[in-house]
Write a protein that binds this ligand. Sequence first.
Ligand code: HAM
Length: 413
Amino acid sequence: MIQKPKGTKDLLPNESYKWQEAENKVKKVLESYNFKEIRVPVFEHTELFQRGVGETTDVVQKEMYTFNDKGGRSITLRPEGTAGVVRAYLENGMGSMPSPVKLWYNMGMYRYENVQKGRLREFHQIGAELIGSKSYLADVDIILMANNIFEALNIPNIKLTINSIGCPKCRSEYQKILREFIGKNLEEYCDICKTRFEKNPMRILDCKEKRCKELNVGAPMMIDYLCEECREHFENVKSMLEASNLKYEIDPSIVRGLDYYTKTVFEFIDEKSGLTVLGGGRYDGLVEEFGGQSTPAVGFATGVERLMEMYNENNTQTEDKKPDLYILSLGEKENQKALELSLKLRKDGYIIEKDICEKSFKAQMKYADKIGANNLIVIGENELNFNSAKIKNMQTGEEKEISLSYEEIKKNI
Ligand code: HAM
C-alpha cells in the first residue's frame, strides 16, 4: 500500500470538524480587526523566497521544496505566507487601496524539515499581514490580535516573548561587533555558519547545531545596539503592551528564522511543550525589496497543527453534527418520495440521510442507528397509500404518527 510522505498528515472527519470550529473562532477575531482574507498560489518563483526570506536562512538553504517545471522555470512550494502575500499586494496594485491594508490567510506550507513533534513537512498557518503602518500602534494591534486568538480558543499557559532586531542602519554597526565575537572561534562553527559569517552573521545566532549554540553563549545582542529610532519604537511598544495589561518577557535571543524582519519581533510559546505556536514581527523593507515603494509592514503566523494540539487539550470535546433525519424507504415509489423530501429538507439546511445503496429494511435501520441520526421516518407502501408515517426520535425512542408532508416532517425534526 502506498503511504503518505513523511511529515504529512491526513485530517480525518473526527478531527476536521474541530479544525473548522477553531478556525471559525480565529476568523472572527481577525475579522473583528477588519482583516480580509487573501489566498495566494501554493507555488511561486523560487527567487521570491530567496529574496524575501533570505539566501542565508535555514528555510532557503535547507528546507525548500524546489523543482524545475516542464518549462524549465525554478518553482518552490511556499514555505511561508508573507512573501507571497506581499508579492500579491504589489502585483495587484493594492498599494493604492486605503492604507493600511490588512490581510489574513489560512494556507498550507511546505518545508523539508527534520520531522519531530510539532514539526511537519506540510503544515498550515493562519497568518495576518498589516501593510502600510510604521507606527508602534500597528505592532501592538498585531500582538493583541494574536493574543485574542489564544483567548478566543480558551488556550492558557501561553507566554509572549518580544525583542527588537533593529533596522539596517543599526544592524550593520551591530554586525561588525558580532563578527568580532564570532570571528574568534569561527573555525569551530559548522560549515553553514561559516558561509553566513560575512553575509549575515546574525543568522549564526539562530543555528540549531549543538556546538554552534555553545559557541554563541555570551554573544552581543542586537537589543543593546539599537539606534535611537528603533529604541524609541521598542519602548513605545512595551509601554503600550503594559497599558493593555498584556504580560510579556523580553528575550534578546529571538532573531526569528526569516531575514525580512526589522524592529519588533515576537513569539508566543506553549509553556508546556516549549514550542513556538505563533511568531511574527515587523518587516519594513520587504515591499521595497520586491520592487515596491518603501512601505512598512508587520504581521504574524500561527501553526495550525500546533494551535490545534493546544485547543484540543484545553477544551471539552464537542461532537460533530449528526443527521437530523434518516429517511428509510423500500421500493421505487417510496424511494422517489424519500428523494423528493430529502431535496426539500436539505435546501432548508437540514442534514438528511437516506438509502443510496438499496439496502434492506434491517440494514437501513442499523445504519441509521450507527451514524447517530436524530430522527427516523419509514416510508413503505402503506405510508404512501395513507400519506401518513411514523417518525421516531432516536434519542428518546418516542414515536409519532404524522402526515407524510415536508411541512409536518420539518415540525418534528
Ligand atoms: P515562522 O516562525 O517561520 O514565521 O512560522 C510561524 C509558525 O508556523 C511557527 O510559530 C509554528 O507554529 C509554525 N510552523 C513553522 N514551521 C513549522 C513546521 N515545520 N511544522 C509545524 N508548524 C510549523 C513565518 O512563517 C512568518 N511568515 C510569520 C510572519 C507573518 N511574520 C510576519 N508575518
